[in-house]
Each structure stands twice: as C-alpha cells, then as structure tokens.
Design a protein around this ligand. Structure first.
Ligand SMILES: [Mn+2]
Length: 332
C-alpha cells in the first residue's frame, strides 16, 4: 500500500477488498447528489456484494433518483439522507465522487469525520478518504467496484451485475466513448453471465422520456446561443422554467448534450438553477483539445477532460454571462 502526500493510503483493488471485508462496523455507502448511473450502480453493487458476503452495509442519500433506474435491485432499501441516523460503529464509503462538497448536504458533516473508504475514477479526486482506490483511467467507478468484489471473492448475483452494468454502460456511453477499454468490454461480458437484462435496462434508461422533461427541453432549445464562430454553445434554465413544467424534481441531466450535439461546437455548457435555494449549476462538455475539468476548476468544480461541472452562487443570467466571457478568452 502506498502512502499519499496527505498521509492517507492509496490501495489496490485487493487491498481495498481486504480492508472492506475486515471492517467490523456498518459501512454507510453514498455518492454524489443527483446520482447518475455510475453513482447509484457502484453504490448499490458494492453494498449488495458486501451484504452477500455477510457484512453490514447500507446505501444512504442517493437522491433524487430518476425513474429510469427503477429496475435496480436494492433501491427500496436505500436510506434517504434525512432518515439516516448515525450509529456508533458507522463509517462511510464514498463511491464515484471526487469531492465531499458533492455529497448530500445532510451527510457532509458526518462524512468529514468518518470518510474511511473511497472508490472513484475522477481525475480531480481531492483524496478526502483514509483509504482510497482512485483510477482515473477506469471508464467507470463500477469497473473498480467490480475489481474489488472479485478480489474479495464476494458473491455476485444478477442484481449486483445489473447495478455494475448500469454504471459501466452509462459512463461509457454504451461502450462508445474513448474511455471504453478492452477491460470495459471484458468486464461487461462477465456481467452478462449473471443474466443482466440488457434490453430492459436500455429501454428504461435511454428509450423513455417523461413529457415534463420533453417540455423542459423545448424551453431549453429556445435559450440556445452560439459564440466564437459556433465553437461555444450555451443553454440554460432558471427556477421559473422548472416551475412552469412541474417543479424542480424534473431530471435535466444530460441536457448539456443538446448544446454539445450542435455541429462545430467545441465547448458546450448547460447552466441551470432548478430552485432558488440552490446554487447555479454549470455542466460542461468539451471536445479536444479543451479540458472541461480544468476549465471548471476556475469556479471550484471538477470532473473529467471531456465532461465536468461546477456550482456557483448567483443567478442564471449572471453566471451565464460570466461563463461566456471566460470561454471567449479560452477559445482558439
Ligand atoms: Mn462515474
């Protein structure tokens, strides 16, 4: 095990598996707010595998979750953040999350004291956990969780394989993005041996859209502007836009792709605030040579080279102006 600059430990999958199985308290597993497929899949997959190996584990604060993940086993047992009561022997395991500031606000204080384990693939991971398995080369956290499960010889059921498949498929863009490795395909083929319902999962995640989401997208398209010869594309939504179609629970994940999909766009940005009590969120997608993570670090955010985000105080019009001015200086 290697000691990192902060004095914490950087683990191999085998060392992580060993430590998780040795831990004799209850593992409280969480990820970032508004969990995507990799966040919820990695958390549930790890939780169910540890339970199957006879360990105490729970998933906490994976919310809000879209209906597209309704097929996932173990969803009903996830403890909402405001129902969670810390027990004396609890420690946290955080997956697919590079910053404590990105986990549910109600869990943050507890996480600061007790973030024992972290499994993640974000390049920008701040190294907040005592023991961490971080590999920014991995396509998804689900792949890392799978290595841990295998090294620990934990049982794998169809439900566990489907949770991991969900993370793998969503983070690789259905095995299409550049992060898709030979290992990704190999791991995917191994998941199929457990009976993963690929067609059902694809239909649930990618082929169904709520009417309210479609209406919101209509508003989004009217907000689209291009700058710098069409290389920058920005779209945005404010609290009134969410309210007009039914409230802030409407999932606008991936709306940044509407901007990214415009021919010629190098930097795509979606700026949104679904509720006035929340900060303004910036979601960015870039094409090489632009690095979304380093651009978003300007505003305290992070992520990957092609996809990153940040949260900024203010309102949508002012953040939009600030982001656009900054990008105009960057674009070549
Ligand atoms: Mn991920």
């Amino acid at each position: 095990m290697e000691k990192t600059e902060t004095g914490d430990f950087s683990a191999t999958p085998a060392e992580m598996a060993h430590a998780l199985l040795q831990f004799d308290g209850r593992l409280v597993i969480t990820s970032h707010v508004r969990p995507d497929g990799d966040a919820v899949g990695s958390a549930l997959g790890l939780c169910m595998a540890l339970q199957a190996a006879g360990r105490k584990a729970v998933c906490v604060g994976l919310e809000p979750l879209g209906q597209e993940f309704d097929y996932l086993e173990g969803l009903a047992e996830i403890i909402p953040a405001d129902k969670y009561v810390p027990q004396e022997d609890d420690a946290m395991a955080i997956v697919d999350c590079g910053e404590l500031s990105r986990i549910n606000q109600k869990l943050r204080e507890f996480a600061q004291q007790s973030a024992l384990f972290c499994i993640d693939h974000h390049k920008s991971n701040s190294g907040f956990a005592k023991m961490q398995l971080i590999d920014s080369e991995a396509s998804s956290t689900a792949e890392l969780v799978y290595l841990v499960i295998k090294e620990g010889a934990m049982p794998i059921t169809r439900g566990i394989a489907e949770a991991l498949w969900t993370g793998l498929v969503t983070d690789t863009g259905r095995f299409a993005y550049s992060n898709t490795s030979a290992d990704s395909l190999r791991h995917g083929s191994e998941f199929l041996k457990y009976g993963v319902r690929t067609m059902l999962i694809n239909d649930m995640i990618y082929e169904q859209v709520e009417l309210s989401r479609l209406s919101l997208m209509q508003t989004l398209i009217t907000s689209l502007t291009l700058a710098k010869d069409g290389k920058i594309c920005i779209v945005s939504l404010g609290p009134q836009d969410y309210a007009a179609v039914g409230g802030d629970a409407i999932d606008s994940d991936n709306f940044v792709n509407v901007a990214r999909n415009v021919v010629g766009v190098q930097i795509a940005v979606f700026i949104w605030q679904d509720n006035e009590n929340e900060p303004v969120h910036v979601s960015m997608r870039t094409r090489p040579p632009y690095d979304a993570a380093s651009i978003c670090s300007e505003w305290g955010g992070g992520g990957h080279a092609g996809a990153a985000g940040a949260s900024v105080d203010g309102d949508v019009p002012s953040v939009r102006k600030m982001v656009q001015e900054h990008l105009k200086k960057i674009i070549r």
